[in-house]
Design a protein around this ligand. Structure first.
Ligand code: AMP
Length: 537
């Protein structure tokens, strides 16, 4: 079957690789980057019988999948747009519905009454013990209300939703329901993992684990969290004692599989959280290898902030041909309108003094949460030391730190004992940090998408926030995009930023085409770039 990649022109392919290479010069990669040619998931052929309600639907899905694949072979996409703009990546766009709260659902048969969005938790018909963790919430969040009906009926699912939207329970509760159903039909008493959740960073994995392990207590669902940078011993013991859900980062999980201490053959519910980030960070080979270890009949859930070509490809290979796609909020690169954005053009050497002045203004009480973003791991330590020398109580999270120190710093920030945090993009990505009043971008990120993510750490849950950004002449390639983000959100655009130019590099789509047009297959394979203090995930 022709792949989306086949439809790229040679120059598309060249620039695509350039983008890939640039991404791997990201000073804070947490794994080995590599662009591997794809292998078909051999396990697809080996089918095990499924034994419960939602899985009956999976069996049906199997048949439909074969039929659909046949149809697809006959319907090769004609041009890029056919693929790029499509909502259901593999099976084509069938139906679309949009709700008042700005949620767009698309995919096959989505208007079937059984997939109706939930208005209350009770409508899910889930047991009290599964819903125990939601008892303090008034109603399902938009992503929960629109994902549960599909996930509880065994559909593969693509979610575009931000951290803080309730997406962990959006997949976590159906994952636990899946486990409980499977258990009913299981004859053997041996506990083997039935669900897997992969996340790009240790912090995100830990955050997912915290939510899921707590939510699983009433129903006795056991989880383990595995990630690198920390001893394997306790993780191995937990795996050996029997767990239902494995949450982890790809590098460490692959290690444990290779050691023979983690068996995923029975895993039939797989979640890839922050899928785009996972691939950006070079985890593609590990993700593929891990997915191919799971049961060939499985339900796959992907959450991603963007939908670039590499994620398409992964979905195409490992998902049902008719996944449902749910987008919460805008798909476009739009900043949260509750955030006041201030951009200041300045010179590199002026940043330290200016940062201190800003902290005196924004962090006067020394009690409100302020998050300072930097780009490099080394920069995080340098800025942290500089501020400590000047008497500020500050902590930092970056890949340079040992896992324990990262967890501790994050905890101190979250519980308010050290409300000033320096973070790199990779370490902070996807974290649910409540009540951040101010975000300061000490260094501008490598992409405008990252800028939007960063400033989205503030102005949450209906509160107002401030994002104060240093922009230097080194960043001028992104001035046009930044100006658009500012204008779209009705923010002031400083004249000296305009002086850098308003040109925006042509992109197919902010969400879908950003990497697509710029990645290449005929250029040399990405090679491993080693950084002196890379984490081993
Ligand atoms: P996420 O990181 O997307 O899983 O979002 C987690 C945050 O959403 C946590 O602060 C939860 O307490 C909150 N949350 C999850 N579900 C709901 C809900 N139904 N209503 C309100 N808040 C929720």
């Amino acid at each position: 079957m022709p792949t989306i990649n086949d439809s790229l022109t040679k120059s598309d392919k060249k620039s695509k690789n350039k983008d890939h290479k640039r991404k791997h010069q990201d000073p804070e990669p947490e794994s080995e980057p590599a662009l591997e040619s794809t292998k078909k998931d051999k396990k697809k052929k080996k089918k095990d019988e499924l034994a419960n309600g939602s899985e009956l639907e999976l069996s049906e899905k199997k048949k439909k999948k074969k039929k659909k694949q046949k149809t697809e072979q006959e319907q090769e996409p004609k041009k890029d747009e056919d693929v790029v703009g499509a909502v259901a990546v593999v099976g084509g766009v069938d139906e679309v519905r949009q709700s008042e709260d700005n949620v767009v659902v698309s995919g096959k048969d989505i208007n079937d009454p059984k997939y109706k969005a939930l208005s209350t938790f009770a409508e899910s018909n889930l047991s009290d013990e599964l819903l125990e963790c939601c008892k303090n919430f008034a109603k399902p969040s938009p992503i929960q209300s629109n994902s549960w009906p599909f996930l509880l009926h065994g559909r593969d699912f693509i979610g575009i939703a931000k951290t803080g939207s309730g997406k962990t329970l959006a997949f976590g509760i159906p994952a636990m329901n899946h486990i409980l159903n499977k258990r009913k039909n299981k004859t053997s008493k041996k506990v083997t993992p039935l669900c897997l959740a992969l996340a790009p960073t240790r912090e995100l994995a830990q955050q997912i684990y915290d939510v899921i392990s707590e939510a699983g207590k009433p129903s006795g669902v056991r989880s383990v969290c595995v990630y690198g940078g920390t001893s394997k011993g306790p993780q191995i013991s937990a795996l050996k004692s029997g767990v239902d859900i494995v949450v982890g980062t790809p590098g460490r999980l692959k290690d444990l599989i290779e050691m023979g201490v983690c068996q995923l053959q029975e895993v039939s519910f797989v979640v890839l959280d922050e899928a785009d980030r996972m691939l950006d960070m070079g985890f593609e080979p590990e993700v593929r290898s891990i997915l191919s270890q799971t049961n060939s009949v499985r339900q796959v859930v992907m959450f991603s902030a963007t939908w670039p070509q590499a994620v398409h490809q992964l979905a195409q290979e490992f998902m049902d041909p008719n996944p449902v796609k749910v987008v919460v909020g805008s798909e476009d690169l739009a900043a949260n309108h509750d955030v006041m954005q201030i951009v200041e053009v300045l010179e590199d050497r002026a940043r330290d003094e200016r940062l201190v002045t800003l902290l005196e203004k924004y962090h006067k009480s020394r009690r409100n949460r302020v998050l300072v973003f930097v780009l490099y791991k080394k920069e995080a330590s340098r800025v942290e030391n500089m501020l400590q020398r000047r008497g500020w109580k500050v902590v930092s999270i970056s890949g340079d730190k040992a896992q324990r120190a990262r967890t501790e710093a994050l905890q101190l920030f979250k519980d308010g004992s050290s409300p000033l945090l320096i973070a790199t993009d990779v370490a902070a990505r996807g974290l649910d940090i409540p009540d951040v009043e101010v975000v300061i971008n000490y260094s501008f990120p490598l992409t405008t998408e990252d800028y939007v993510h960063r400033i989205g750490r503030t102005g949450r849950a209906g509160k107002k926030g401030v994002a104060h950004t240093f922009f230097m002449k080194e960043n001028k390639g992104l001035s046009g995009e930044l100006i658009n983000v500012l204008r779209e959100a009705g923010q002031n655009v400083p004249t000296n930023l305009l002086n850098f130019g308003t040109h925006v590099k042509k992109k197919e789509s902010k969400l879908y085409g950003a990497h697509f047009k710029e990645i290449s297959a005929d250029a040399p394979k990405a090679t491993k770039i080693t950084f002196d203090s890379d984490d081993e995930d």
